[in-house]
Design a protein around this ligand. Structure first.
Ligand code: FUB
Length: 338
């Protein structure tokens, strides 16, 4: 997660000419937008980036977020409402620091906010908070979700009412430290011939507060059915899992991290395996690339972020653009800069 060195000097120029879409909000920095349609309105659950002065390093210490805001809008292009602080670090009993990329779901007449944070031992886990309203405020459970680890939760609601959480991220997200659901503090990232670390998932319990089954790995394979190696870093999973369904098939999309692509793979069921298809979103400005995909009124949208407003990797701004499919169900790749 290295910072980039953009200067303010040429910014006015780049704002005019370089970006295909403009930030959805500019009064605060926002990132990792998870979008959902609730009550016929688009709700966005992003990270809230802040400049706390935390040092920039590979562990991502500079992503030092302290709270979440929820945003909503009638449709793409409509006014965006900031609903204010929905959950604060100080109100999460188990959390120590770093509120990273969240997601949300609706069930049982309630709204659930899922979020990663480092616990008091500085190990990432995933928490849940509950509200009667999609915009919150949310009340956090006293403990993280049992058996959860790493970060970037994404909750997919299937047509039969089942909810599945997909999660994990290597490097700063600590996923490389988890093998067979056991923690190894000293495990490091690999970049060679060994198999790439796989993202994880679990079906959520009916209470939406727990996992209903042991955490499983998700296989992302090439067209020959082979898993990627750690060195295949333009394709292998790094972070930012998202799942959506299109014409009965399951699309698992994710960021390749150090090569900055949003890629996707398609499977026949929520557990995979998922077969790699290609790039959805080419690298954006800033080190991280993180997205969500949602259908609204017969159109599909890709929410993402870049660093147009700040020029700094840890101070991002959320954006949206339309997503289109080819007749065979593959996605037309997007370049978000001219
Ligand atoms: O926002 C902090 C981290 O940056 C997220 O959890 C990652 O996906 C990356 O976007």
């Amino acid at each position: 997660y290295q910072t980039n060195n953009h200067t303010a000097a040429n910014k006015a120029d780049t704002v005019q000419s370089k970006y295909i879409n403009q930030p959805l909000v500019s009064h605060i920095y926002t990132a990792d937008p998870s979008a959902h349609v609730f009550n016929n309105r688009i709700y966005i659950y992003p990270s809230h980036d802040t400049a706390t002065g935390a040092p920039g390093n590979e562990q991502g210490d500079h992503f030092d977020m302290m709270d979440y805001h929820v945003f909503s809008m009638d449709g793409v292009g409509s006014k965006v409402t900031d609903h204010g602080v929905a959950l604060s670090l100080k109100d999460i009993p188990w959390a120590g620091r770093q509120l990273w990329a969240p997601d949300a779901a609706y069930a049982n007449g309630k709204y659930y906010l899922y979020f990663p944070a480092k616990n008091k031992q500085d190990i990432f886990q995933i928490g849940v908070a509950v509200s009667d309203k999609p915009e919150g405020p949310f009340k956090a459970a006293a403990e993280p979700i049992k058996n959860s680890f790493s970060m970037d939760p994404a909750v997919f609601a299937d047509d039969d009412g089942s909810h599945y959480m997909y999660f994990g991220g290597i490097s700063g997200g600590q996923l490389q430290r988890w093998d067979n659901n056991v923690y190894h503090a000293d495990a490091t990232n690999k970049y060679g011939e060994e198999l790439a670390v796989l993202p994880r998932m679990a079906r959520l319990g009916k209470d939406m507060l727990s996992f209903a089954e042991p955490v499983k790995e998700i296989k992302i394979v090439d067209k020959n059915g082979n898993l990627f190696k750690a060195k295949d870093n333009d394709k292998r999973f790094f972070e930012a899992a998202w799942v959506h369904k299109y014409k009965g098939r399951y699309y698992f999309s994710y960021s390749t991290g150090d090569t900055h692509n949003i890629c996707y793979a398609i499977g026949d069921n929520p557990y995979g395996p998922f077969t790699y298809q290609g790039i959805i979103l080419h690298p954006v400005e800033g080190w991280t690339n993180h997205h969500s995909i949602v259908q609204f009124k017969n159109k599909w949208y890709l929410f993402y972020h870049d660093v147009q407003l700040s020029g700094h990797t840890h101070l991002r701004n959320i954006k949206v653009t339309e997503l289109t499919y080819n007749a065979d169900g593959t996605i037309v790749p997007i370049k978000a800069m001219k």
